[in-house]
Ligand binder design. Structure first.
Ligand code: NDP
Length: 477
């Protein structure tokens, strides 16, 4: 068992306090690695290294920074198999999924923001009396904190724009899934990223994470994780006037109108509910189907869910791997019990698979018969559990869609273009997909409203978040 280390100032270091945390493989329940149980001392070292690296990194031309980022992207690509394997061990997700989605997206993040660095430009406001231009300066040292569900994908989604904009970074990956982040440190060193530009500190959120949030030198925090954690971070960071980007939970509706392309709606709704064991903030976990086609849709949907293969994440035909931890599986099981207490009927799933004695597996579960406003339908479960219920008309569908405290994403299935525009503008969420799910163009603003977050990632939004605008005003004669 190889102990992982922090990556600080180009060196691989244990925690100053010597502490270690076990990391468990969810598909086997075995401890397979240990990581530093870092605290404020390690964060202070990392921040110092990032601070020292900042003048030369921010002084590089955009093209030079872009070259560095592209080298990192190339190295991630060349380690595809290894990184996919590590991601699967850490999270329990199918290796095939990590190979198809997580790791390619991590390299795409670096490649995309390499181009963004080169193309980012200032605005000018030309008037008869004066000329104004906006100079966007990097912030300095910034903190990136990421969750366990898409570990490398989400970590690089923050690191890449931060570096592209000329900042130096201290990153704190989830303690539950640290392996690919640890490997990223090695990849960056080998790809020639200058020492101290990226620093990775492992450990607990309440210790290392909090120390990063409250470190006075750190100018901005980009956080993805749960809503409660986001609130705790905002409480600490706001009085310090740090810039904050918070990407939080979701409870996303899929609205299926009777005129939808039926087969596509069924197929994609299954994917939207259960990809990555339902552990994606964008998963469609509440399906509302227009009454006319409800029974037909339900039957077709459940039939497709019944044939999903749950099991060994290394097998090519596995659709659903293990949930990330015993604790998380227990949370999911508690929600299924709650659903039954709230009057729900389980159409399929609802238990640990009989054949899988080891590992934190859970069957994909479909529940009907619930009120749209009950707890099961309004709280985030973040697992392989979806509810399905009928709606009568457009107004009712929109009311159901908007009924939670979350507002991250929604999907609308209809062939009626007018309705698509009308309904999407009435849904309170940061993203609305029409006749699709999780199609991502990295230039688009990504993020949620209500308790799903503050701020947007992606494209220029990210470049703007990681820079401070300065207005320069020149008097014209
Ligand atoms: P958490 O909020 O528990 O943790 C996220 C990260 O924050 C982890 O690195 C965690 O460390 C760290 N952390 C925890 N407490 C603190 C603290 N007080 N100060 C600083 N950092 C802290 O989320 P999960 O990892 O459980 O991820 C699941 C959640 O993430 C779900 O709610 C999901 O919806 C949301 N999510 C949102 C996305 C979006 O884009 N909107 C995308 C993906 C997920 P540690 O691991 O050590 O606890």
């Amino acid at each position: 068992m190889k102990d992982r280390k922090n990556y600080i100032g180009g060196k691989f270091l244990p925690a100053v306090n010597g502490g270690l945390l076990d990391v468990v493989a969810p598909a086997t329940e075995k401890v397979y690695a240990r990581i530093p149980d870092s605290d404020d001392q390690d964060i202070a070292l990392a921040v110092k290294a990032a601070e020292e690296a900042f003048p030369s990194w921010s002084g590089l031309s955009a093209e030079q920074r872009a070259d560095h980022l592209r080298k990192v992207a190339d190295s991630i690509e060349s380690c595809l198999d290894e990184l996919a394997e590590l991601e699967s061990i850490d999270t329990g997700k199918p290796v095939s999924l990590a190979k198809r989605v997580d790791i390619p997206r991590a390299s795409a993040n670096f490649r995309f923001f390499a181009s963004a660095a080169e193309q980012f430009s200032s605005e000018a406001h030309i008037g008869s009396a004066m000329l104004n231009y906006t100079h966007r300066h990097p912030l300095g040292v910034v903190g990136c904190i990421s969750p366990w569900n898409l570990p490398l994908y989400l970590l690089t989604w923050k690191i890449a724009p931060a570096l592209a904009a000329g900042n130096t970074v201290v990153a704190k990956p989830s303690e539950v899934t640290p392996l690919t982040a640890a490997r990223l440190g090695e990849i960056c060193r080998d790809a020639g990223l200058p020492d101290g530009v990226l620093n990775i500190v492992h450990g607990r959120g309440t210790k290392a994470g909090q120390a990063l949030v409250t470190n006075a030198t750190v100018k901005a925090i980009s956080f993805t994780g749960g809503t409660a954690t986001g609130r705790a971070i905002a409480t600490l960071a706001a009085p310090m006037f740090k810039k904050l980007s918070l990407e939080l939970g979701g409870k996303n509706p899929s609205l299926v109108f009777a005129d939808a392309n039926f087969d596509e709606a069924v197929e994609t709704s299954v994917r939207a509910a259960f990809t990555n064991q339902g552990e994606i903030c964008l998963c469609g976990s509440r399906i509302f189907v227009q009454g006319d086609i409800y029974d037909e849709f339900k039957k077709a949907f459940v039939n497709k869910v019944k044939v999903l293969k749950v099991g060994n994440p290394s097998e090519k035909d596995t659709d659903i791997g293990a949930l990330v931890s015993e604790e998380h599986r227990q949370k999911v099981m508690n929600y299924v019990d709650l659903a039954i207490n709230e009057g729900g009927r389980i159409l399929t799933g609802g238990k640990v698979p009989d054949q899988l004695a080891r590992g934190y597996f859970y069957e994909p579960t479909v529940i009907e018969g619930l009120d749209a406003f009950c707890r099961t339908n309004t709280e985030e479960i973040f697992g392989p559990v979806v509810t399905i219920q009928p709606f009568f008309d457009e107004d009712e569908a929109v009311r159901y869609a908007n009924t939670t405290e979350y507002g991250l994403s929604a999907t609308v299935w209809t062939r009626d273009l007018d309705r698509a525009h009308r309904v999407s503008s009435r849904i309170k969420s940061g993203i609305v997909w029409i006749n699709c799910w999780m199609m991502r163009d990295l230039r688009t603003p990504f993020g949620g409203v209500k308790n799903s977050g503050v701020g947007r990632e992606g494209g220029w939004e990210a470049m703007r978040f990681f820079t401070e605008p300065q207005n320069v005003c020149i008097k014209r004669n």
